[in-house]
Every structure is written in structure tokens, then in C-alpha cells.
Write a protein that binds this ligand. Structure first.
Ligand code: FES
Ligand code: FE2
Length: 338
């Protein structure tokens, strides 16, 4: 069985994906179904009926409950079977697993470790998502690759020069520094005195003047990344330019497939429409990053990253630190120390 950090919060999806319906998603190899109770509070239970193993997510939602479509056993958000329409008592053992869920910043989070250790205050925040001065776009992509390969991609943004021509291509040749900040790894990129690339020029025009770009990306365990990108006229302070914050959150579906959630925001008065902004981001993540990461995963052919003895460059510093911290977490859990 794949090793994942279990004492951690993972993103299930965007709150808007659930709405008032039922959301089925496999997380860390476990099929989960999410639905809201009458108070709008989301619940996540194991998406497998204990009777003949039908997916409960294909069942019928009845108020606070879900009725299995096969023989009608009905479960509430705690995972307890509360009705047996075929008659007879509901056996006490008739229940499915339930997982703590938190909802904040328009994101649904799940804790699949020891429930008593689930502490929502440990979840990374994205306060800009509800900033009235900004407008956000959201996306979701499934990637056929191990989730750490997506984190590697995000922690080493030097790949933008080669993989993302719209973000600057050859112009994007940044200086990089890496910091450890508490439990986080922060990697900072700065490019100075260049022509404004196609993006962000379409979101914030420099009117032909030279610009400085920044990208500060912060990793929170296990795979939640917060990115502040921005553009400003060369030599001017950042607050005179345009900051574009974004969230990149990855949840393993299995060891070979990952959920990649992304969201980003522009100032409300930016000339770039939400549709065009989504197109820019989707072009980068879906048609440039995703195929490369899937190729890498295939080439690794199930081998462990370190066993393949990767050549390490200076620019791998942040991604390697992240891998080490994450693996220490997983090993501590396995040893019962976490
Ligand atoms: S499989 Fe669900 S009630 Fe039979
Ligand atoms: Fe990328």
C-alpha cells in the first residue's frame, strides 16, 4: 500500500463542486462520498456500502442521509446505518467509516488520520479567495502521476522558461532563494528589468516599460502550495504593481494519480476577463505541466525517486527540502512518533 502522510489535512475539492449535491472522490486510495446535512455542514463517509459493497455515492440522497441504491440501507453523515427498509433491526456493526471535514476559504478539507488529532487551525489559509477587491477563478485537473512530482514542479519554477512560453520563456531566468519558515519551505524567484511577458501583460500592462517579476511559493505539508506572483515597473516597490495570488493544492488519488486543484485571483479592474484568465492558467497547467509530469511518472516506471539517483541541480534545493520533510513525517508516522 502506498505510503501517505495520514495525520494531515487534504483537499477534497472546491466547495462549489459539492454545492448541495453529492461529491464522490477517491482520496489516498479510499473512495469517499461527501454530502451536506440539513445545516449545510459537509460530511465525508466511506463510499462503500458494508452490505454488498455498492458505492453509496450512486445512491439516493434523502435529507441528511444517503440511501444505498442496491438494497436500500440508509446512512447518515456519521457513517451510521439509520434505516433498513427491508425490515429487521439495523445491526450495530452496520456502519461505514466517517472522516473529519472542514470547510474554509471555499475549500473542503478532509482528515484521514486519527480523528481526535484533527485540528482545523493547522489548515493553510487562502484569505484572498474572499477578498472583495479581487476576482477568482478555479480549476481542477486529474494528473496520472505521483503527487510529489506535482510538488516538485511547483517548487522549481525555473521550468517556466522552457515549458511556459506565455509566462516569459527565455526572459524568465530568475534569481532564486529558499527559506525554511517553521514547517514550511518558501522558494522565492525574482526576474528584473525585462519586457513584460504576454502574461501578466494582458492582466496588467506595463505600457512598454521594463518590469520586475516575483514568484514566492510556500509549501505546507503534505501538498498545499500558496503562490504570490506579481509584476511591477522595474525598481518600484511591489505594492505599486499587481499581485496575483494563487493556490495549488494536490491530493493523491492513488500512488499513480493525483487531484490538482488550482485557484487564482486578479484585481477586479484587471482588463483580463475571468474566461481569458482561466484559459491562460489552464493552458499552462493542463497542456504544458500535466503532460510533462505524466511523462516523467511513466519514465520512472514505478521506481522510487531516490533509488533512481536523480541528478540534483542548485535549483532543486526547495523541492528536495520538501521531499525530505515530507518523508521524515511519513517515517515518524510509521514509527508511531507522529
Ligand atoms: S449493497 Fe448497499 S444495501 Fe445492499
Ligand atoms: Fe508549470
Amino acid at each position: 500500500m502506498a505510503k501517505f502522510a495520514r495525520q494531515a489535512w487534504y483537499m477534497i475539492g472546491w466547495a462549489q463542486e459539492l454545492g448541495d449535491g453529492v461529491l464522490a472522490r477517491t482520496l489516498l486510495g479510499v473512495p469517499v462520498v461527501v454530502f451536506r446535512d440539513g445545516h449545510g455542514v459537509p460530511h465525508a463517509i466511506h463510499d462503500r456500502c458494508p452490505h454488498r459493497f455498492a458505492p453509496l455515492s450512486t445512491g439516493v440522497r434523502k435529507d441528511d442521509r444517503i440511501m444505498c441504491r442496491y438494497h436500500g440501507l440508509t446512512f447518515d453523515g456519521s457513517g451510521a446505518c439509520v434505516e433498513n427498509p427491508l425490515g429487521g433491526a439495523v445491526p450495530g456493526v452496520c456502519r461505514v467509516g466517517a472522516y473529519p471535514v472542514a470547510e474554509q476559504d471555499r475549500i473542503l478539507w478532509i482528515w484521514m488520520g486519527d480523528p481526535e488529532r484533527a485540528d482545523p487551525s493547522r489548515i493553510a489559509r487562502f484569505p484572498w479567495i474572499d477578498d472583495p477587491a479581487l476576482r477568482c477563478v478555479f480549476g481542477y485537473t486529474q494528473v496520472n502521476a505521483h503527487y510529489e512530482l506535482l510538488t516538485d514542479n511547483l517548487m522549481d519554477l525555473t521550468h517556466a522558461r522552457f515549458l511556459h512560453p506565455g509566462f516569459g520563456g527565455d526572459l524568465y531566468s530568475p534569481r532564486n532563494s529558499v527559506e525554511i519558515d517553521g514547517d514550511s519551505v518558501v522558494s522565492k524567484y525574482i526576474v528584473e528589468n525585462i519586457d513584460n511577458p504576454e502574461f501578466p501583460e494582458n492582466a496588467w500592462s506595463a505600457h512598454g516599460r521594463k518590469v520586475d517579476l516575483w514568484d514566492d511559493i510556500r509549501w505546507h505539508a503534505p501538498a498545499t502550495l500558496s503562490l504570490s506572483s506579481g509584476v511591477v515597473l522595474t525598481g518600484r516597490p511591489r505594492n505599486e504593481g499587481c499581485e496575483i495570488p494563487s493556490a495549488h493544492v494536490i491530493t493523491p488519488e492513488t500512488a499513480d494519480r493525483s487531484h490538482y486543484f488550482w485557484g487564482s485571483a486578479l484585481p477586479k479592474d484587471s482588463p483580463l476577463s475571468n474566461g481569458d484568465f482561466t484559459q491562460v492558467l489552464s493552458q499552462a497547467f493542463d497542456t504544458e505541466d500535466k503532460p510533462m509530469i505524466e511523462d516523467v511518472h511513466r519514465r520512472m516506471a514505478g521506481e522510487d525517486f531516490w533509488d533512481l539517483k536523480p541528478l540534483l541541480l542548485r535549483t532543486d534545493n526547495a523541492a528536495v527540502r520538501v521531499r525530505r520533510i515530507l518523508h521524515a513525517m511519513i517515517e515518524q508516522e510509521a514509527a508511531g512518533h507522529a
